[in-house]
Ligand binder design. Structure first.
Ligand code: FAD
Ligand code: FES
Length: 1222
């Protein structure tokens, strides 16, 4: 007998893959393919050397996606590489460097000056680990049923169908699990418990693929990847008319989750989950008569076959299949001649996202005619189940496929696919419009096919051809592989050994790529360690009547429950002393921490925390900015900046424009969630804290708390309280949903403006009110609002300004610092009125923007003089490098030729003030040790969180001391080496820590060489003033200097929108950024791209959704969408402005962390530009309101047309919406 082994490599999500399901499977993790001690695997080496790793938290996952692809396809195409990353996310890099590094495997290398690809080891597939022989031997043997028993769950893996049937009859309510991508979520996040699990994944009948006369039958446990593989092969061979349904299934699978899910999730699992937003169920339901053979262990017949028709789904996640029945297989049918099929899906993000609305549509024509014989339209996302539009289909049967049918179909669908304005999931108008838009696309697609005979030539026999400007509406999404060129300043005439300005690799990149980098929760467990789980409020505003932890005590491993009464001193905390460590009598937001459970393991502490019972008396919450304005619920400090005479400015203006813009908040979504570990040191109550923090000073203050109760970081307080109670090491790492629930993020903003301007677009006068949603405490809201007001001009000279900034107090978790710290909100509202006034004047927006740009020496509205103003240079370079004017003409032409796809382009400047606006924070410390062997150990006060700070600091020390970087080591930041650290924030960390290092090195050099090398007459005060610049701004008097200097940049972006679905693609972005003389161009470019892509999320994608009661719905990656690989511009060009040294920072460099984020506003306004073009085709030319983010919902709703008009909005106030804009 010859044994044929079939080995293939698949990526899978570790968090969802049950360990029990790994029997006979070899698992390869990132540690198994290479390491820093012996050899990095090429997939590890290339991501590290191409600067594709910043914080490195995502890096092992990305490496393994690439590794898997290489194992299956050693010479991949660029498209394969992009597809392989559909299920990976990164919050730091902006994806470009990862793709560029891995492009070298595709032999599609473009020259990069940031790494040297000739240094890369070649990929040698013969050197890969082999499949373990012992597993191979075992798989040859007779398989046995497996059973694993856990504390609460039993897992049984049968090997034959007979065993499966016997087990199901023994345990009729046992849960079948194949990929666990649904059940795993239910158990982890929805508190479900299935005591008996049966895993049929290894049963041959459940995995069989049979080609029958009518279609292909797939065993119910076939994974989606295997279905995809089979269909792809078949489609290539079949005549197209037979493959209509297969093509539609493939199109749905293209956007179904990521490969990690598709590799394990089963076809049967998707059907049986019965999710109303399943991607495959509408396709299967519409594709004809789908028979589902079921095995019924408890019935006398043992088998029955049901049909997937309108009766199949009986309610939300329910089907007519009985709990004890097993789905055996599914047949996907061939299509017939005269039959046409399409599937469509619209999600918040294209890649790896569940649908907002999805559908399958089938029509069969009477032989040789355009008369409908059968039609089936099935929708997901329009009801608690997948639904068929039965009434519409009945009416359309027997009708000719023409304009009249289209009109009637839309009218009927608008009536039949109705939704209550309060429907769960919200986006009601958008969802309703999508049902019509999808039908319209289907109508056109079929029309196009009908109007072509089998040779593909046009025949007018059956119907009119599709108008040429409508054709692009039928095209499926297509994106070319991403290409990028980086133009960077190469330092001229610099000594080879001088590393400042060179693209040095991130010092931790190799460790990160090998999985060796130690994150907080990687620290090995201590003996006796306890795990802490938070108990948080489920109400936004309520009195706490009672807290009962008695049931928690019966959970195994429970140690104690801590709450306010366990706090040894004061329970008050927060920057403004307005927060509590634990809520006492009242809770003021959902997620407010009430107590915490300590238990021996994470699992036990979570279980115990879930059964702590809290009784509340609910109070009316204030959730939105609007409600706060109505109730005047404001935090007390209200800031204003006034300049000139606003009234006179308005009188002198030709036009006045008034408006409003709302900007949603943003979740940090750092990949490493909050984590703290407290370890007792044994003596005097001393403890060591390991904290994933950006602000070390808080941990230092915590130590003080042990004797004096003062302001502390509340998360740390919890640990401290717990530690006090138990004296044992305590660990707490928040799950993503907890982290998103309890921590605040970027402040949502409402801007109200009145702007006066001349006919030529010159701005004369501006009156603005900014409202920020601060949440339930002050935290950093005042600072954020200050920065928003200081950036209300963006880059424009406005002679007369009257502005006010108000922070709303609401029942949401306190919002806080986020990259840009209010600056992006301030500038975004400026760009809103700027773009609208250009429209009002009928002038090109870029001309009006340029007309209003500052000049060198101008005073800002806060009276700071602009020196070294390089923005106009950035502007001119960006206009020219992006070929702005030539492309604008092409876009105009494209828009004339396409009714349902539109392109838009926009160029946006940014001017970002650099400094902490609280002056004393602009300081830093460094400790530099020189050892007798010549090595140098460096410690400074900044936290390395992926932004390359440590790498830059090594470069600074290297130049300061004149020694190679290889002699310099960094010791992890800690407050016992550098005390009183400022937060690693405000973009200044390299400036201030770099300067501290520079100073320390100078001191050492001075000691080494008695003759002073520089500034020999300088006093101590001179050195100090170097560290703490002469900063400070007085809002009352509008005088002083809030910023040390400004960073400038300009971006030009082009997008294409699908007017029917609201989808958009980022075609091209050009950025020119002034970073002074770059310390490390690879890191600076990485920061620019990372910030830009994070901004892309802020302005086009990331949407926090709250219930009217203040409950956050978007608590994880399932609902909250950050940009993925496929969202970055197809062409992405970044260049650093040359010859612009900055005298105000170390080695003439400039801060880069935050300033580029706002440049992504160019994408938002390019979208708005495209929408203008769509509206123009509907006869609308006036400025319109587009709030941020520009999600598919907002884009579609703004593209007003016949379809949107058929789905009018319900009257506000007449219903309770599912979600509110906070
Ligand atoms: C990150 C992520 C992204 C996702 N994206 C999408 C998406 O884009 N589109 C989409 O439609 N879905 C999506 N899903 C949902 C999910 O992946 C699918 O529904 C998947 O097909 C479920 O298959 P499974 O094998 O993992 O199911 P499991 O979790 O193993 O089982 C799911 C359910 O089906 C039942 N079941 C399984 N097999 C049988 C059988 N033979 N007979 C009877 N009952 C059975 C189980 O008992 C269980 O109730 C996503 C899920 C995740 C976690
Ligand atoms: S490097 Fe990707 S998340 Fe930080």
């Amino acid at each position: 007998m010859t044994l044929i082994y079939y080995f293939s490599h698949h990526t899978a999500n570790a968090c969802l893959f049950p360990v029990c399901a790994l029997h006979h499977v070899a698992v390869t993790t990132v540690e198994g393919i290479g390491n820093t001690k012996s050899r990095l695997h090429p997939a590890q080496e290339r991501i590290a050397k191409s600067h594709g790793s910043q914080c490195g938290f995502c890096t092992p996952g990305i490496v393994m996606s690439m590794y898997t692809l290489l194992r299956n396809k050693p010479e991949p195409k660029m498209e394969d590489i992009e597809d392989a990353f559909q299920g990976n996310l990164c919050r730091c890099t902006g994806y470009r460097p990862i793709l560029e590094g891995y492009r070298t495997f595709a032999k599609a290398m473009m020259s990069s000056s940031l790494f040297n690809s000739s240094e890369f080891q070649p990929l040698d597939p013969t050197q890969e680990p082999i499949f373990p022989p012992e597993l191979m031997t075992q798989s040859n043997k007779q398989q046995k049923q497996l059973c694993f028993r856990g504390e609460r769950v039993m897992w049984i893996q049968p090997t034959t169908l007979k065993e499966l049937v016997a087990l199901k009859s023994q345990y009729p309510n046992a849960k079948l699990v194949v990929g666990n991508t649904e059940v795993g979520i239910e158990m982890r996040l929805k508190n479900m418990l299935y005591p008996v699990i049966i895993a049929p994944a290894w049963i041959s009948e459940m995995n069989a693929v049979q080609h029958t006369e009518t279609g292909i039958t797939f065993g119910a446990a076939c994974t989606l990847s295997s279905v995809e593989e089979v269909l792809r092969k078949v489609v290539a061979e079949l005549p197209p008319y037979k493959a209509e349904v297969f093509q539609a299934v493939l199109e749905q699978l293209r956007w179904f989750a990521g490969p990690q899910i598709r590799n394990v999730a089963a076809l049967g699992g998707n059907i049986m989950t019965a999710s109303p937003i399943s991607d495959l169920n509408p396709v299967l339901m519409a594709s004809g008569i789908i028979h589902l053979p079921l095995i019924s262990p408890c019935s006398t017949e043992g088998k029955r076959t049901i049909t997937m028709d309108e009766k199949f789904f009986t309610g939300y996640r329910k089907t007519i299949v009985k709990p004890e029945e097993i789905l055996l297989s599914v047949e996907i049918p061939y299509s017939k001649k005269g039959e046409y099929f399409s599937a469509f899906k619209q999600a918040s993000r294209r890649e790896d996202d569940i649908a907002i609305v999805t559908c399958g549509m089938r029509v069969l024509f009477q032989d040789g005619t355009n008369r409908v014989e059968e039609i089936k339209l099935s929708y997901g996302g329009m009801a608690p189940t997948t639904v068929l539009a039965l009434k519409t289909c009945k009416e359309l049967t027997g009708r000719d496929w023409n304009e009249k049918l289209l009109q009637d179909a839309c009218r009927l669908l608008a009536g039949e696919m109705d939704l209550s304005p309060s429907a769960p999931g919200g986006m009601v108008d958008f969802r309703r419009t999508l049902t019509l838009s999808f039908f319209f696309k289907f109508y056109l697609t079929v029309l196009q096919k009908l109007s072509k005979n089998h040779n593909g030539t046009v025949s007018n026999n059956l119907c009119e051809p599709v108008p040429s400007n409508y054709v692009s509406a039928t095209e499926l999404f297509h994106k070319d592989p991403i290409s990028c060129v980086l133009l960077q300043e190469v330092p001229r005439g610099q000594a080879v050994e001088d590393m400042v300005g060179r693209p040095l690799m991130h010092v931790s990149a190799a460790k990160q790529a090998c999985g060796e980098a130690v994150y907080c929760d990687d620290i090995p467990h201590y003996e006796n360690e306890l795990y802490l789980t938070l108990v948080t409020s489920t109400k936004a505003h309520a009195k706490i009547l009672s807290v009962d932890a008695s049931e928690a005590q019966s959970v195994p491993g429970f140690v104690c429950f801590v709450s306010a009464k366990d706090v040894p001193g004061s329970n008050i905390t927060g920057i403004a002393n307005d927060e509590t460590v634990f809520a006492e009598d009242v809770v003021t937001c959902v997620g407010h921490i009430i107590g915490a459970v300590l238990a021996d393991t994470q699992e036990h502490s979570r279980r115990a925390a879930k059964v702590v019972k809290i009784k509340y008396e609910e109070l009316k919450p204030i959730v939105t900015i609007q409600e706060a304005i109505e109730k005047q619920s404001f935090l007390k400090s209200i800031k204003r900046i006034n300049k000139g005479d606003v009234k006179k400015g308005f009188e002198e203006s030709d036009h006045i424009l008034e408006g409003e813009m709302y900007l949603g908040g943003q979740e940090h979504f750092y990949l490493e969630t909050h984590c703290t570990l407290a370890v007792p040191k044994g003596e005097d109550g001393e403890m060591e804290l390991f904290v994933s923090t950006q602000n070390l000073m808080k941990t230092q203050v915590l130590r003080v708390l042990l004797c004096r109760n003062c302001i502390v970081h509340f998360g740390l307080c919890l640990i401290n309280v717990s530690f006090n109670r138990t004296g044992r090491p305590v660990r707490c790492m928040l799950d993503r949903d907890e982290d998103m629930l309890i921590s605040g993020g970027r402040h949502p903003f409402l801007g109200r403006y009145k702007v006066g301007f001349m006919k030529n677009g010159k701005v004369k006068s501006l009156e603005v009110s900014y409202y920020g949603n601060g949440g339930n405490s002050v935290d950093l809201s005042y600072g954020v609002m200050d920065r928003a007001l200081l950036h209300l001009d963006n880059s424009y000279n406005i002679p007369n300004v009257s502005s006010v900034g108000i922070v709303c107090k609401t029942n949401l978790p306190s919002n806080t610092a986020f990259r840009g710290f209010g600056g992006p909100q301030g500038m975004m509202i400026a760009e809103c009125w700027m773009s609208d006034l250009a429209r009002k004047c009928g002038l090109p927006p870029e001309e009006v923007r340029k007309l209003n740009l500052y000049h060198e020496g101008d005073l800002t509205h806060f009276n700071q003089k602009l020196e070294g103003f390089t923005l106009r240079r950035c502007w001119d370079e960006c206009l020219s490098s992006s070929s702005y004017h030539a492309r604008k003409k092409l876009i105009e032409e494209f828009n004339k030729q396409n009714r349902w796809k539109k392109r838009g382009m926009c160029i946006i400047p940014t001017k970002f003030g650099i400094s902490f606006t609280v002056p004393f924070l602009n300081q830093a410390g460094a400790l530099v040790h020189v050892y007798t062997d010549g090595s140098v150990l460096l410690t400074h006060g900044g936290t390395e969180m992926g932004q390359g700070l440590h790498t830059k600091m090594i470069q600074v020390a290297s130049r300061s001391l004149g020694i190679p970087t290889s002699n310099i080591y960094i010791s992890e930041t800690s407050t016992n080496t550098v005390p009183n650290t400022s937060p690693t924030a405000a973009s200044v960390s390299a400036d201030i820590n770099g300067m501290a290092i520079h100073n320390a090195c100078q001191t050492i050099l001075k000691r080494l060489e008695p003759i002073k090398q520089s500034n020999p007459k300088g006093s101590w005060e001179d050195w100090v003033s170097c560290l703490i610049p002469d900063l400070g701004y007085d809002f009352e008097k509008n005088e002083g200097k809030p910023f040390c200097y400004f960073s400038y940049g300009v971006a030009c972006s082009e997008v294409e929108i699908d007017c029917l679905t609201g989808d958009h693609k980022n075609i091209r972005t050009d950025i020119v950024m002034d970073v002074g003389t770059s310390l490390n161009p690879a890191i600076d470019i990485g920061q620019i791209e990372g910030a830009f892509v994070q901004g892309l999320g802020l302005f086009t994608m990331e949407e926090l959704r709250y219930s009217p009661e203040g409950n956050l719905y978007t608590r994880g990656p399932g609902m909250y969408k950050i940009p993925a690989f496929g969202d970055i511009p197809t062409e992405f060009y970044v260049s650093l402005l040359r010859d612009c040294p900055n005298s105000k920072a170390v080695y003439s460099s400039k801060a880069v962390g935050e300033p580029p984020l706002f440049l992504s506003a160019s994408v938002f306004y390019a979208i708005k530009d495209a929408i203008y073009s769509a509206r123009k085709d509907s006869g609308l030319t006036e400025p319109f309101r587009l709030d941020s983010p520009a999600t598919p919902e907002r884009i579609r709703n703004a593209c007003v047309d016949i379809f949107t008009k058929m789905c009018p909005s319900a009257e506000p106030g007449t219903f309770k919406p599912w979600s509110v804009r906070v």
